[in-house]
Unconditional design. Structure first.
Length: 121
């Protein structure tokens, strides 16, 4: 990823917990597919209370997700409770409410495969 020199003052598990908490809160409020750029804006604005970098410079939470998880879309795509809708040049994110009931923020369920495309069996 090229940014391994960054030192974060939160563990990967705590970062995952914060991300899932904030993202599910944001998506529950809308109850409809949300454009990715709007989700990123709200995620950054709501995560300002978390100091994720030990140095004095400010790093937004999506920068943490980019460095540690490969980006917001990659993070969302790793978990079954988020649906990503790609339509022409727009990406929207939706919360899968029926999967949320069995969801544990500390140990969230990951996707079955890591493939970017559909796998037919």
């Amino acid at each position: 990823m090229g940014h391994n020199h960054f030192k974060w003052n939160i563990s990967k598990e705590k970062g995952i917990e914060i991300a899932h908490t904030l993202i599910t809160e944001i998506l529950k409020e809308t109850n409809k597919p949300m454009p990715l750029n709007e989700l990123v804006f709200l995620l950054n604005s709501r995560s300002k209370e978390y100091k994720i970098h030990p140095n004095k410079k400010h790093n937004c939470f999506t920068k943490y997700l980019k460095v540690v998880h490969g980006g917001v879309v990659n993070f969302l795509d790793d978990y079954n409770i988020y649906g990503i809708i790609k339509k022409s040049d727009e990406i929207k994110v939706v919360l899968m409410e029926d999967l949320l009931e069995d969801f544990d923020i500390i140990n969230p369920p990951k996707r079955i495969t890591k493939d970017n495309e559909w796998v037919f069996i």
